[in-house]
Design a protein around this ligand. Structure first.
Ligand code: GLN
Length: 538
């Protein structure tokens, strides 16, 4: 057995309290004391992965190097810690059941009735310990999705109960994140919902070791003591998580509250070195004290939901900070652009991103926005579908193929400049079957991309079924519209650029999945620089 210690993070009272950010912030504090830490998320829904969910359901789908379609919290883990996650870091009820049912069909439980306890809980426990048993990590933090008391969370909570028993109290602890609501009419913070949710956990045999309280107002000493008394913890284990302007402040707030200290003490661990958050503070300082300010338009069809483009928004924060630039992201609904004047919403911008997406809705708006950006020399960054639409725009408006389209939008299209990949044509199942995960891309030396990356070959993450149709390469590409990156194995076009322009780059992959606080993505950094120049010109 390895010496790995386990921390479980559960949630109570309401959803959306930010368990992922608390888990990532704690991990950051532990990492800054030289511990090797990873975070995994267990989600109670029955989808095998979030790949088949639309962003309105569960926000963005994050993709790992090994091609797992995962919960967006894994994005926070990677951005905070700068360590890669994988398939093993995100498990859903669907995956657990799928695996148990496959075992049953293979006859692994022959003669036995397969039940939630012990078969499902054993499968959960095995997966909870998978990363820990690799010996790579000192500490594994496991976030349990959902809210304590939900029917669907029960098998996870029971598994945590059993695991703590197996591992021993000194090797495992539970952090319970709750809400302390403020009743404006009474002018008071209320502890009762937290008391109830801690009690619900106790009914399942788990006593929370640390309670992190989301709150809009400071918790007084009396309130902390009251909570401690009713929730069966010491008052130093009541951790206040007050609302902050940026999620990147949360590690500092958690340090001030002593979360890492209480955790280490309970796990009987001593810091390997004094806490060092210098690089984090350098980033925060630049982020909070910008010298410049620009407006970037983000065109998409899910813009009303912040979480849909989480990684893009965070990548802009990272790239903004290194450039000491505050970025105001102007969300533009692609369908609204279809209704009329494109110039009006785009004129005030210094750069334009056209977001990834699926399906036909809003694509004509995206194409009009790209046409405007190309003609008016507005810095443009097209991501996945955004790149595909840039090809269609050039084919229609410059090359003279008015019916150019993608077969995703028009299955009978004769001029399919974007078409289903050969490898996709026989695929009928939707789940986990796209071109996923990390693929190499060789860069054309004389390109904006090569200038940004300062490399010849890069590896980027993918999530798409359609691609540039190479049958059209000779007709479409010219001295101004170039292929700036290709996949060496398959010859697939990965990056296109338009040269008669300050910065016009479209990428088939998703650079946003690889930007972190300590490693902002070179393409986002270069795009922000181009947008800054655009502002200077204006
Ligand atoms: N819908 C497009 C495809 O499947 C683009 C996908 C994306 O933007 N992630 O190829």
């Amino acid at each position: 057995m390895s010496n790995t210690k386990y921390i479980f993070v559960t949630g109570g009272v309401t959803s959306s309290l930010g368990k992922g950010i608390i888990a990532a912030s704690l991990a950051k504090l532990l990492q800054a004391q030289d511990f090797k830490v990873t975070i995994q998320k267990f989600d109670p829904y029955i989808n095998v992965d979030p790949g088949t969910l639309n962003p309105y359901e569960h926000g963005e789908c994050f993709v790992t190097d090994d091609g797992a379609e995962t919960d967006l919290d894994l994005g926070h883990y990677e951005r905070f810690l700068n360590v890669k996650t994988s398939q093993a870091n995100n498990v859903t009820t669907g995956r657990i059941y799928q695996s148990v049912i496959e075992k049953e069909r293979r006859g692994e439980f022959l003669g036995k009735t397969v039940q939630v306890i012990p078969h499902i809980t054993n499968e959960i426990k095995e997966r909870m310990q998978l990363l820990g048993e690799s010996g790579e990590y000192d500490i594994v933090i496991t976030e349990i999705g959902g809210t304590v008391g939900d029917i669907e969370s029960l098998p996870y909570i029971e598994s945590v109960r059993q695991l703590i028993w197996d591992l021993g109290k000194e090797n495992a602890l539970v952090i319970h994140l709750t809400l302390i609501p403020y009743l404006a009419a009474a002018g008071e913070l209320k502890t009762k919902p937290t008391q109830h949710s801690v009690k619900t956990l106790m009914e399942s045999g788990i006593s929370a070791d640390i309670i992190v309280c989301r709150t809009e107002h400071e918790l007084s000493t009396e309130l902390r003591e009251k909570l401690a008394l009713f929730c069966n913890v010491k008052s130093e284990s009541i951790i206040q998580s007050i609302d902050v302007d940026t999620i990147y402040d949360v590690p500092l707030k958690m340090r001030d509250e002593g979360l890492d200290k209480v955790v280490l003490e309970k796990l009987q661990m001593t810091p390997k070195k004094p806490l060092d958050l210098k690089p984090w503070n350098v980033f925060l300082d630049k982020f909070k004290n910008p010298k410049h300010r620009i407006k970037i338009g983000l065109v998409g069809k899910y813009v009303e939901l912040q979480d849909s483009y989480k990684s893009i928004l965070e990548s802009l924060i990272h790239a903004g900070a290194v450039n000491e630039t505050e970025i105001e992201v102007v969300s533009i609904h692609s369908e609204h652009l279809e209704e009329g004047n494109v110039a009006k919403p785009l004129d005030k911008l210094h750069g334009l991103i056209v977001a990834p997406g699926f399906g036909e809705r809003g694509i004509e708006g995206k194409i009009s926005a790209i046409a405007h950006a190309r003609a008016h020399k507005l810095p443009f960054f097209g991501i996945c579908l955004g790149m595909q639409m840039a090809v269609i725009e050039y084919a229609r408006n410059h090359v003279g193929i008015p019916k150019a389209n993608s077969t995703e939008m028009d299955t009978d299209c004769h001029e399919a400049v974007i078409d289903l990949m050969e490898s996709q044509k026989s695929i009928v199942k939707k789940g986990g079957t796209m071109r996923l995960g990390a693929w190499d891309c060789e860069l054309q030396a004389e390109s904006k991309a090569a200038a940004a990356y300062q490399k010849k070959t890069v590896s980027e993450r993918h999530r798409h079924r359609y691609e540039f149709n190479n049958d059209f390469a000779d007709r479409i590409f010219d001295e101004n519209f170039i292929i700036a990156g290709t996949n060496p194995e398959t010859g697939l076009v990965e990056i296109i650029e338009y040269n008669d322009h300050p910065w016009f780059v479209g990428v088939q992959f998703h650079p946003e999945y690889k930007s972190t606080v300590s490693d902002p993505h070179p393409l986002f950094v270069a795009f922000v620089q181009a947008s800054l120049m655009q502002k200077a010109k204006k």
